[in-house]
Design a protein around this ligand. Structure first.
Ligand code: ATP
Length: 892
């Protein structure tokens, strides 16, 4: 069926729908059964079984399994079965970690799934795009992505960018008329809109003709299966590091084996010990634990109302040095109320609170009767006419649906007694030129009952002055002279300096039947009527958040389309504008090249009256000064800057689909304070990853060194293979995971941002790994030597002492890893996950030592009190020796 060649009515009939009320919910459910969900099929997913077996494909694990098999064949059943059991448990652990990582990544994708406005049972509702069925009526506006293939039935200056389908990057102007040509390419079907394309201007309504794989996008879906790599820089660095660590561990293991064989051990024993050591010492699980830590962090961020769309952003967040934030709605509440009116040189106040449409008008102490004030009357009425917002009452509260600026104008008109119904009877809408933040205006062409035609424009006052040739003054139209202009500008500044956002209203009468094709033709030679000034109070939590950011070395920059004086007043209230910092406006930015801006950008903290394209310039200038920039945005035109920023931030409530798709972070509450919370979490996640890398590697160094030194000293094996594997599984695994859940140190937001170039071992981490690892290895060996010398005939006893010392040394050391400073700087019970992980590890150690059936398997014997004193003493050395030296150096 060719819908583009049919009249609207024919399409309505063919799809068995109703343009006025849409489908019923019940019908929609039935149609889903018939047509399936509106989604593109995804590529094959990795099955659980394959994921499980892939845990064992690691080379050293295979060698270990082969070696175990051989030892089994040689009659060492118990060892063989125990080792295989440990390898399988390890496999399960890896499997669950990867599963969790995969699931949370998937959940992230679901959260950012697109939504659409659809007409059901006569009401417009917002629903997930996958629920849409053929016959549904969809509504979309600038910045939305089209949710299915639709035949347009109503348009309003609608332009759609279809490059994803046609490769053509210029937006296409749409129509809702029937097209005559039969065989048209997608690019020429001007009365259709296709799934996945993006509205760049205007708005429209369409009826769904195709969903899911039956859309034009569905037909090329295979080509679009571009799996975006979600690896973070740290993960990539760890992968490279992993290769170096594997080589180092293997070399050392070979050294251990050679030394052992020269020292008189038999080759078979040394081979099994060597392979076990290699399996234990190679941090093959590190990338998976890192992914888990990242995705758990991402989940914590969701609780704080920040959604990370791209995993690498978690890391970049910790490096952010500048946040460029929109003013309206992010720093302020976006709950606007008109409090002042200005026209003909006089200011009036508007009473009432919030959106409640009740309030009086005053001039000084006198009540003003709007009926007697022609200019005010006209200004309030036009403010309601050139307006899309709706007001509804929910209980005792009034809510605005639509743009809050327009909501404020609607409420001020309602207070004066105007109603939409009455205006609709009086005026018929002929055409509309929607608001865009580059023009900073919106206009409508209307015809009244007498056939007179008017253009009504509202917008930024300083822009509207330049479009006006006359002004209503003392109820007469007067020429907009220089002198008049000066008076209006004084009035704008007067209102703006009280932190009010100002909107001007102007109009022009045009002869009936005049065709106005574009906004340039409409928005000229206007008559300026007056100003409405509205408050938009700052969000209460922002001031503190700005302060915290400052302490954390992060500068906050306000970027706003609003008037420079309004912007300054609010920036001062929030502590963004300080006596030392500067303000730049859009005009100044136009004159500057990126290089010019670079010179001054470090001193600027407010950019006012900017257009979205200026944002890109600001991002570039800041980046070339070496900053890591977070940039917020909501509109279509903000997308390039959001993409170019190191952390693109989109608004969850007011943001368009396009802005969200370009972003790395979405704020569910549009709130600046949420960016700060996400940065704090980003810093913490990175620090936690450093903590467990430090813990795991220091433990591995300890394990290798105790074996290596023993072999070099021609001693017996201090640990048997099964003990090494057990330490790797229990002592290393659980506490490392718990470190990933650690709370931030108090100073995370008291120090400057991390350099993005910083390596894994920066800030002393490498030294800590080696020094602690060395001490863990030598203490364990000393405990072993002492015990062995006392009783050379009881090797198992000495090995049990070594085993217990190693486990305990690591479990004490794990508390040291929680802090950059020393073990004493944090309350050990601050992370209860860790406390429980350590208690479980300890308990499991006691079980393998004291539960008789396990003793032969793990080559252990019960220890006496004296042994325990030895174990505890040596196990404490690695952590407390260095902590003591730290304290001593601090006291000096
Ligand atoms: P921010 O960039 O901080 O969100 P903003 O919301 O003030 O600031 P824009 O939405 O680009 O930025 O608005 C710029 C100016 O355009 C406003 O100061 C106002 O004067 C005017 N304006 C805003 N909304 C409308 C609208 N719906 N109709 C007409 N003019 C508007």
């Amino acid at each position: 069926m060719k819908f583009h060649g049919m009249e609207k009515k024919e399409v309505e009939k063919a799809l068995n729908t109703d343009y006025m009320v849409g489908l019923s919910e019940a019908d929609a459910v039935n149609r889903i059964k018939q047509h399936g969900f509106n989604e593109l099929e995804e590529g094959e997913k990795q099955s659980a079984l394959i994921l499980f077996f892939s845990q064992f494909k690691d080379f050293m694990v295979l060698v270990l399994l082969a070696a175990t098999l051989i030892s089994g064949l040689l009659g060492e059943y118990i060892d063989a079965i125990a080792i295989i059991a440990i390898v399988i448990i390890n496999g399960f652990l890896g499997f669950f970690q990867e599963r969790k990582a995969e699931r949370s990544l998937h959940a992230l994708k679901e959260l950012s799934a697109p939504q659409v406005y659809v007409l059901r049972d006569g009401n417009w509702i917002k629903t997930a795009s996958r629920e849409v069925v053929p016959g549904d009526i969809l509504r979309f506006t600038s910045g939305d992505r089209i949710g299915a293939d639709v035949r347009l039935i109503e348009i309003n200056s609608l332009e759609i960018e279809e490059s994803a389908l046609t490769g053509e990057s210029l937006p296409v102007q749409k129509t809702d008329n029937k097209l005559q040509e039969e065989n048209l390419g997608l690019g020429d079907m001007q009365n259709m809109a296709f799934m996945g394309t993006m509205v760049t201007r205007g708005s429209g309504v369409g009826v769904v003709v195709g969903t899911g794989m039956k859309t034009a996008m569905g037909q090329i879906a295979d080509l679009l299966q571009n799996a975006e790599t979600m690896e973070t820089p740290l993960q990539r660095r760890l992968e490279q590091l992993g290769k170096i660590l594997i080589t180092a561990a293997l070399l050392l293991t070979v050294l251990v084996v050679i030394a052992g064989v020269f020292g008189g051990h038999d080759l078979y024993t040394m081979f099994l010990a060597g392979v076990s050591l290699a399996v234990a010492a190679i941090p093959e699980g590190l990338p998976a634990i890192v992914t888990v830590a990242l995705s758990l962090g991402v989940q914590r961020m969701i609780k704080q109302k920040a959604i990370v769309r791209k995993l690498p952003a978690v890391e970049t967040l910790g490096c952010a040095s500048v946040i460029c934030s929109d003013k309206t709605g992010t720093l302020t509440q976006n709950k606007m109320t008109v409090t002042h009116l200005w026209s003909g040189g006089e200011v009036s106040q508007v009473g009432g609170v919030g959106y409640e449409p009740r309030g009086e008008f005053y001039r000084g102490d006198h009540k003003v009767s709007i009926k007697e004030e022609k200019a005010l009357q006209q200004m309030l009425m036009f403010g309601m006419l050139c307006n899309h917002s709706e007001i509804t009452q929910k209980g005792s509260e009034y809510v605005i649906d639509g743009d809050p600026t327009e909501g404020a104008l609607l409420v001020s008109a309602l207070k004066a007694g105007f109603t939409r119904d009455q205006l609709h009877k009086q005026f018929e809408l002929v055409k509309e030129f929607p608001f865009d933040s580059a023009r900073k205006m919106m206009s409508v062409v209307v015809k009244d009952t007498n056939g007179r035609q008017f253009i009504v424009t509202k917008g930024a006052p300083d822009v509207l002055i330049s479009k006006s040739e006359s002004i209503l003054w003392e109820n007469r139209r007067q020429f907009m002279s220089r002198d008049m202009e000066g008076k209006v500008k004084d009035a704008i500044e007067g209102l703006a300096s009280q932190a009010l956002r100002t909107i001007a209203i102007a109009y022009r009468e045009v002869s009936p039947g005049t065709l106005i094709l574009d906004e340039r033709e409409a928005e000229k030679d206007l008559t300026f009527i007056g100003l409405q000034g509205m408050i938009d109070p700052p969000r209460p939590e922002v001031k503190h958040a700005v302060k915290e950011c400052k302490e954390a070395g992060i500068k906050t920059v306000m970027i706003t389309g609003d008037h420079i004086i309004t912007a300054k007043a609010i920036a001062k209230q929030l502590g963004i504008l300080t006596p030392k910092s500067k303000v730049l406006d859009g005009n100044a930015l136009n004159e500057m090249s990126v290089e010019d801006l670079e010179e001054v950008v470090d001193d600027v903290s407010v950019f006012a009256r900017v257009s979205p394209e200026h944002k890109l310039k600001i991002v570039k200038a800041l980046q070339s000064r070496g900053h890591i920039v977070a940039m917020t945005g909501d509109g279509v035109n903000d997308a390039p800057a959001i993409k170019a920023a190191d952390i693109g931030v989109a608004m969850g409530i007011t943001g368009t689909d396009v802005a969200k798709e370009a972003s790395a972070l979405v704020l569910l509450d549009d709130n600046f304070a949420t960016i700060k919370a996400a940065i704090k979490e980003g810093r913490n996640i990175y620090e936690n990853i450093r903590k467990f890398i430090r813990y795991l590697l220091a433990s591995n160094v300890g394990e290798i060194l105790v074996m290596l030194f023993a072999m070099l000293l021609a001693l017996p094996l201090p640990l048997v293979p099964i003990q090494i594997l057990w330490v790797n599984l229990v002592t290393d695994g659980l506490p490392a995971m718990a470190l990933g859940l650690d709370k931030p140190e108090e100073n995370v937001m008291k120090r400057g941002p991390r350099s993005p170039k910083e390596g894994v071992f920066a800030r002393g981490l490498g030294w800590k790994v080696i020094s602690r690892g060395f001490l863990i290895g030598t203490s364990t060996l000393l405990a072993f030597i002492i015990s062995y010398n006392e009783n050379p005939n009881d090797l198992i006893h000495a090995q049990t002492v070594a085993f217990a010392t190693l486990v305990l040394a690591q479990l004490i050391h794990v508390f040291d890893c929680r802090s950059e400073k020393s073990v004493f700087s944090r309350n050990p019970f601050g992370n209860m996950y860790l406390v429980w992980a350590v208690i479980s590890s300890l308990a499991l150690m006691l079980v393998v030592m004291y539960y008789p059936p396990l003793q032969p398997i793990f080559h252990t014997v019960p220890l006496a009190l004296r042994d325990w004193l030895l174990v505890i003493g040596f196990a404490s050395i690695p952590t407390f020796l260095l902590a003591g030296s730290f304290l001593a150096s601090k006291n000096k």
